[in-house]
Ligand binder design. Structure first.
Ligand code: FRU
Length: 489
């Protein structure tokens, strides 16, 4: 069984073998969630890109399908999106609905080393099982811009047009189209806004209600920031909140406001699913659970990389403005096995509480209430002196995930790291929902106001939980341990 290999994630998507990076072409159609991904089928490091393919009926259990898109005369197949062309605006589907993939064709200018990135189309008439490249490819090119990639396309109802958001170096550029084949420039955003710590990649743009109120909407723009040796964090994802009228995005925060999607190092190039049924109403996101800083070096041999758990995105009004909130999708319920609940524990500074983990695959829900302690948290550890700490520091109001002693880390100096962000307690409490897989920890704090996605490579599974409290008492109002099943059977 390929899924018994050392470090192999048990409830996260990973390719059967070889290299994977960004999620691509996520679209829901005829009862299936499609997940394509940047794939190098001949090696466990990045190489000539293909689109790998898998489908799921519940976002959790995946069926691998053959490679969907192979490199062609226009080059390798870089990141992009897929949409349902419900009204056959392309004319590909004889008046029916079908799937269209919009991706970057990556090659070089003739007789030159300079990369050439142009946008192309492929379509499928059989639920994504086979794909035809459009004979008019590429459909969008621009000689002046070298980094010109990762088209995310959506249908904009009010203007009755397709909109493409494209990463264009240190900005995103928006285009509109009636048929996905001819594109017209609409606007550029971002040269002076947000983080420019790296090249902009893999954007997304979608509308969400604030606090669930249908008449108070905002548009959210996701922008991934490429690795830059000047910053220890490596590659990461920022977002903007504002308004979009079909052509222009208006950022409602100041240019120097930087909003990060995740305070962990391993959530990159994520985008959202297209064409979820209206009745569903959710905006579901998933990212690549790695970091360009060390993705090619992580200690797995047969395959490289996994995706994050799928998350539902929403917007909440906070003291500092409207902010993104992430929740793991409710479909996770299908892998919950056995639950034990412990209530009303008091943890004192000199006596941490140690509890056996039910299984190496776990969800832990813990409600920690500060009494007179200054910091408190939870440690996951194994018998070979490896541990990961999730700690809340009440004085600095920071939540942190420390993986400096988590396990194997020789492959990158940047790997052993403390990851942290600001977070306020709610009624004196911090709630943590933590997912522990073979080589990752995802921590969702206070209902998704802060989320940390972090790889860890312990030599043996963590098998104990330690609750600790510094300089005083912490009350654990409840600790819920749930063992999880592998999705790979
Ligand atoms: C992001 C990225 C994209 C590009 C792809 C190539 O991780 O660099 O910008 O399309 O990976 O594999």
């Amino acid at each position: 069984n390929l899924y018994n290999q050392k470090h192999r994630p048990q409830f996260h998507f990973s390719p059967e073998e070889k290299w994977m990076n960004d999620p691509n072409g996520m679209v829901f159609f005829n009862g299936e969630y499609h997940l394509f991904y940047q794939h190098h089928p001949f090696g466990t490091t990045w190489g000539p890109m293909h689109w790998g393919h898998a489908v799921s009926k519940d976002l959790i259990h995946w069926e691998h399908l053959p490679i969907a898109l192979h490199p062609d005369e226009h080059g390798a197949i870089f990141s992009g999106s897929a949409v349902v062309d419900w009204n056959d605006t392309t004319g590909f589907f004889d008046g029916e609905a079908g799937l269209v993939a919009i991706y970057t064709s990556a090659d070089h200018y003739p007789d030159s080393d300079r990369p050439r990135q142009r946008q192309s189309l492929a379509y499928s008439k059989d639920d994504g099982r086979t794909w035809m490249k459009y004979e008019g490819n590429p459909v969008l090119s621009e000689e002046k811009i070298t980094d010109y990639r990762d088209p995310k396309v959506f249908w904009h109802n009010q203007s009755n047009k397709w909109v493409m958001i494209l990463a264009t170096g240190q900005s995103v550029t928006l285009y509109t189209s009636a048929n996905l084949k001819e594109w017209e420039f609409a606007s550029e955003f971002g040269r002076t806004a947000g983080s420019h710590d790296g090249v902009w990649e893999c954007p997304d743009l979608f509308e969400l209600p604030v606090d669930g109120e249908a008449n108070d909407n905002r548009w959210v723009m996701l922008v991934s920031i490429g690795d830059n040796p000047d910053f220890p964090e490596g590659s990461r994802t920022q977002y903007f909140v504002g308004q979009f009228d079909g052509r222009n995005f208006k950022n409602e925060n100041s240019d120097d406001t930087i909003l990060w999607l995740d305070f962990g190092r391993d959530n990159y190039a994520g985008v959202s699913w297209s064409d979820l049924p209206k009745e569903d109403g959710r905006r579901i996101y998933l990212g690549w659970m790695s970091n360009w800083r060390y993705a090619n070096q992580v200690p797995t041999e047969e395959w490289r990389s996994a995706m994050t758990l799928p998350r539902e995105l929403s917007l909440a009004r906070t003291e500092s403005g409207v902010r993104l909130v992430q929740k793991m999708v409710s479909e996770i319920n299908s892998i919950r096995e056995h639950t034990e609940v412990i209530q009303d524990l008091t943890v004192k500074s000199d006596s941490p509480v140690t509890i056996d983990m039910l299984s190496p695959l776990m969800e832990v829900n813990v409600r920690l209430e500060k009494k007179d302690s200054t910091a408190f948290g939870i440690i996951f550890k194994n018998a070979v002196q490896e541990w990961t700490v999730i700690q809340y520091d009440a004085e600095s109001e920071k939540i942190m995930l420390d993986r400096r002693q988590a396990g194997i880390s020789f492959f990158s100096e940047s790997f052993p790291a403390m990851q942290e962000t600001m977070l306020k307690m709610e009624e004196g409490k911090i709630h943590l929902q933590i997912f522990i897989d073979t080589s990752s920890i995802e921590a969702v704090a206070n209902g998704g106001k802060a989320v940390c996605t972090s790889l860890v490579f312990p030599n043996q599974p963590y098998d104990k939980i330690v609750l600790f409290s510094n300089n005083g008492e912490t009350h654990v109002s409840s600790l819920k341990l749930t063992s999880l099943n592998s999705i790979w059977g």
